[in-house]
Write a protein that binds this ligand. Structure first.
Ligand code: WT7
Length: 632
C-alpha cells in the first residue's frame, strides 16, 4: 500500500521529499501496486503544450489493483455497501470476491456486445451498484467511461454522447429518489432522438421495474446481457497514459469540456490521497455521499477506496428522505467511520434543526469531510460540534474535476484545522499564488490566483477531442503553471483559504456551472434577445443563479415569461441549472467595447445597490438605474 502519513513530522518530511525529488517520491508510491510491466520513466512533462506522462511505458490495469490484488488478503471483506433510497428496502453488499466476479461478468457482457479497448461508454444512471460495476467493467476491458450525472437533461446528455462519440449508453429504467420515481431511460431515448449516431446499443438496467419504451434494434437488458457470463475476465493490458475516463465539466466559455484522466497516475494519486486524507484503517466503513456522476464519486467512492481495499458505501437516496435525519441514521446504522459530504448538504440539514442529528449515535465517526465549495464558518462550526462532537477532525478538501484528486486539505489528527481553510497542500502539490500581471505573490498573509507549478500524478491530460482547449484554459494564463480558476489566500502560517472562482464559473450547491452555458440555454427561448447570468450569495446553495433577461417584445405576463425561462434552462441543461431569480430588463450595462459589465450585475444580484462604482464609462449608463429599480 501507498504511504500513510501518521505524524506531523512525517507529513513535513514527505512534503519535502516530494518537492525535492518528486520522481523518487512517486515511484516509491507506484511500486506498491500491481504492474504488468514496470515503467521506463517516472515523469516526463511540459506544461507548454501540455504533455504530461507519469510512469511512462508502464503497463497495468487499474481493476487488478482495485479487485484482484485484494482477493487473497480481503476477499470476504465488504467492498461496496449499498444503502437504498427507501430505508425499508434491503441493503446490498458485495465482498471483494463478489465484486470481482460481478465486474468480470459485466466486462464479458460488454465484450459480447462488441465493446473493446478504446471505445467510449456513456453511463446515465442513478446511484445503483450497477453503475460502479459498469464503470469498473469498462476499465477491465480498456473501454473509456464517460459518466453523465443523471440529473442532466436529454439535450445535455446528447451533447456529451456526441462529443465523445460513445458506442453504447448504459442506463437504468427509473431512478428512485426521495418520494419520486424519475424516468431515466426515457431521457436516454430522447437524447438518442437528437442524433447520437455513434450509439449502437442501450444497455438498460431494471431498477424499479416501471414501464419503459423498448427499441428492439438498440435496447438490451443488463440482466440478460450478464446472464451466463463467466466470472473471470482477463484484465486488458493498459499503458499508464491510456485514457481511463472522460468526465464533462463546465468552464467559463462554450460547451462543457471532457476532462481526460489516464490510468497510471490517477491510480497512484487517488489511492495515496484517499489513505491519507481519510486515514482509513482496516475494518472501517467509509461513506462519501456524492454521486458517481461527479469527480468526487469517481475518485472517492469507486477508485480511491477500492484501490486502498476499503469498505465504501454507496447511497441511493437524498439527505432529506424520509426525513432530515437520514444521513445521521445511515451513519448510525452502518457505524460509519469516515463521512464525506458537501457544504450545501450541511447547511440544508443545519437549517432543519439540531434534533435530527441529536437523535442518532455518531460516536463511530473519526473523520468528517467537506468538498465542492467553500464551507462557511457557521456551517463548519455546526458540522464540527453537532456531527463530529468536537473530536472528528473536519477535512475541508479542495480540488477539481481536472485535478483528479484532493490537492489541499488538512490531514486529520496530523495537521491542525481552521474554519474556512482547506489548509495545506498534499505531498507532491506545489502551490503558487500569482497576481494578474503574472508575478508570483510571495510570503504569507497574501492573496492571489491559485496555480500549481509542478505536475502531480492525477493532473488533467487533455480535454477530449480538443487538446488546444486544454492548453488554452489551464496552461496559457501563466507560463509553466496549471491555473485553477480559483482565487486563494495564504495566511500567516501558510494555510490556504479558497476564496472562489475568478472566472465566469459559478458553484451552485457544489455543482459547477458556466454562466455562458446558462445564458445560451436562456437564449433558446424565442422571446429572448440577450441575457446575462451571474452568481449571488445563497444561504443554502452557496451561490444561486441570477439571470437578467432582455425580451424581444414587451412581455405581457412577466410571471409566465419567467416560468418559461426557468423551464427552458431545465430542458437544455437540467433542473440544477434553473435560475433562482430572473429579472426582466430593458438592456444590459455594456462597456464601449460591447462587453457586459458583470461587476455591476453581481452587485445588484447580491442585493447591494448602494455603491456601484464608476458607471460613466458605460455605453448606456442610464440602464443601471432601471436595473437597480427592478432588482429582486
Ligand atoms: C471547483 C471545482 C472537487 C470535487 C467537487 C467539485 C470549488 C471545490 C472546494 C473547497 C472551496 C472548493 C472550487 C473549484 N471547490 N472544493 N473545499 N473549498 N471551494 O469539483 O465541479 O470540478 O469544481 O469547486 O472553486 O475550482 P468541480
Amino acid at each position: 500500500m501507498t504511504l500513510q502519513i501518521k505524524t506531523l513530522a512525517q507529513y513535513k518530511e514527505a512534503y519535502q521529499n516530494s518537492v525535492e525529488n518528486p520522481e523518487a517520491f512517486w515511484a516509491e508510491q507506484a511500486e506498491t501496486f500491481t504492474w504488468k510491466k514496470q515503467w521506463d520513466k517516472t515523469l516526463e512533462w511540459d506544461f507548454k503544450t501540455p504533455d504530461i506522462k507519469w510512469f511512462k511505458g508502464g503497463k497495468l490495469n487499474i481493476t487488478e489493483n482495485c479487485l484482484d490484488r485484494h482477493l487473497e488478503t480481503r476477499g470476504d471483506q465488504t467492498a461496496i455497501l449499498w444503502e437504498p433510497n427507501n430505508p425499508a428496502n434491503d441493503v446490498i453488499s458485495y465482498t471483494y470476491k463478489e465484486l470481482h466476479a460481478e465486474v468480470c461478468r459485466a466486462a464479458n457482457a460488454l465484450k459480447s456486445l462488441g465493446i473493446k479497448k478504446g471505445d467510449r461508454v456513456c453511463f446515465y444512471m442513478p446511484m445503483v451498484t450497477e453503475l460502479a460495476i459498469g464503470v469498473l467493467a469498462c476499465a477491465r476491458i480498456g473501454a473509456i467511461h464517460s459518466v453523465v450525472f443523471a440529473g442532466f437533461s436529454a439535450s445535455a446528455l446528447a451533447d456529451r454522447i456526441k462529443d465523445a462519440t460513445c458506442n453504447i449508453v448504459i442506463c437504468s429504467d427509473y431512478n428512485s429518489r426521495g418520494a419520486k420515481n424519475i424516468p431515466v431511460k426515457k431521457v436516454v431515448d430522447d437524447a438518442l432522438a437528437m442524433g447520437c449516431d455513434s450509439v449502437k446499443t442501450v444497455l438498460a438496467h431494471k431498477n424499479t421495474g416501471g414501464e419503459i419504451a423498448w427499441n428492439k434494434d438498440l435496447d438490451v437488458w443488463w440482466h440478460e446481457a450478464l446472464y451466463d457470463q463467466p466470472t473471470h475476465c482477463e484484465a486488458e493490458e493498459m499503458d499508464s497514459e491510456d485514457m481511463l475516463f472522460i468526465l464533462y465539466t463546465s468552464g467559463s466559455t462554450g460547451k462543457p469540456k471532457g476532462v481526460v484522466h489516464t490510468c497510471g497516475g490517477y491510480m497512484v494519486y487517488t489511492c495515496f490521497s484517499f489513505r491519507n486524507v481519510f486515514q482509513y484503517q482496516d475494518g472501517d466503513v467509509y461513506w462519501c455521499t456524492a454521486d458517481i456522476g461527479w469527480i468526487t464519486g469517481h475518485s472517492y467512492i469507486v477508485y480511491g477506496p477500492l484501490l486502498a481495499g476499503a469498505t465504501t458505501m454507496m447511497f441511493e437516496g437524498i439527505p432529506t428522505y424520509p426525513d432530515a435525519g437520514r444521513f445521521w441514521e445511515v451513519c448510525d446504522k452502518h457505524k460509519v467511520n469516515q463521512f464525506y459530504t458537501a457544504p450545501t448538504a450541511i447547511r440544508a440539514l443545519m437549517a432543519k434543526g439540531d434534533e435530527w442529528v441529536e437523535k442518532y449515535d455518531l460516536s463511530t465517526l473519526k473523520v468528517i469531510g467537506s468538498v465542492g465549495e467553500p464551507i462557511n464558518e457557521e456551517a463548519w462550526n455546526w458540522y464540527n460540534e453537532k456531527v463530529g462532537k468536537g473530536n472528528a477532525p473536519i477535512v475541508d478538501t479542495w480540488w477539481q474535476t481536472e485535478t483528479g484528486g484532493i490537492l489541499i486539505t488538512p490531514l486529520p489528527g496530523i495537521t491542525d484545522t481552521k474554519p474556512c481553510y482547506a489548509s495545506y497542500p498534499m505531498p507532491g502539490v506545489q502551490l503558487v499564488l500569482m497576481d494578474a500581471d503574472g508575478n508570483e505573490v510571495e510570503g504569507n498573509g497574501v492573496e492571489g490566483l491559485l496555480c500549481v507549478k509542478f505536475p502531480w500524478p492525477s493532473i488533467i491530460r487533455t480535454t477530449y477531442g480538443d487538446h488546444e482547449r486544454c492548453r488554452q484554459v489551464y496552461f496559457s494564463s501563466f507560463e509553466n503553471m496549471y491555473f485553477t480558476g480559483d482565487g486563494a489566500r495564504r495566511d500567516g502560517d501558510g494555510r490556504y483559504r479558497i476564496i472562489g472562482r475568478v472566472d465566469d464559473v459559478i458553484n451552485v450547491s457544489g455543482h459547477r456551472m458556466g454562466t455562458a452555458e446558462v445564458e445560451n440555454a436562456i437564449n433558446e427561448h424565442p422571446n429572448v434577445v440577450e441575457s446575462a447570468v451571474v452568481g449571488f450569495p445563497h444561504e443554502i446553495k452557496g451561490q444561486g443563479i441570477y439571470a437578467y433577461v432582455i425580451p424581444n417584445q414587451s412581455v405581457a405576463d412577466e410571471q409566465a415569461f419567467i416560468k418559461e425561462i426557468r423551464k427552458v434552462v431545465a430542458k437544455v441543461i437540467g433542473p440544477i441549472a434553473k435560475p433562482d431569480e430572473v429579472q426582466v430588463v430593458p438592456g444590459l450595462p455594456k462597456t464601449r467595447s460591447g462587453k457586459i459589465m458583470r461587476r455591476i450585475l453581481r452587485k445588484v444580484a447580491s442585493g447591494d445597490v448602494s455603491n456601484l462604482g464608476d458607471v460613466s464609462t458605460l455605453l448606456n449608463p442610464e440602464i443601471v438605474e432601471a436595473i437597480k429599480e427592478g432588482a429582486k
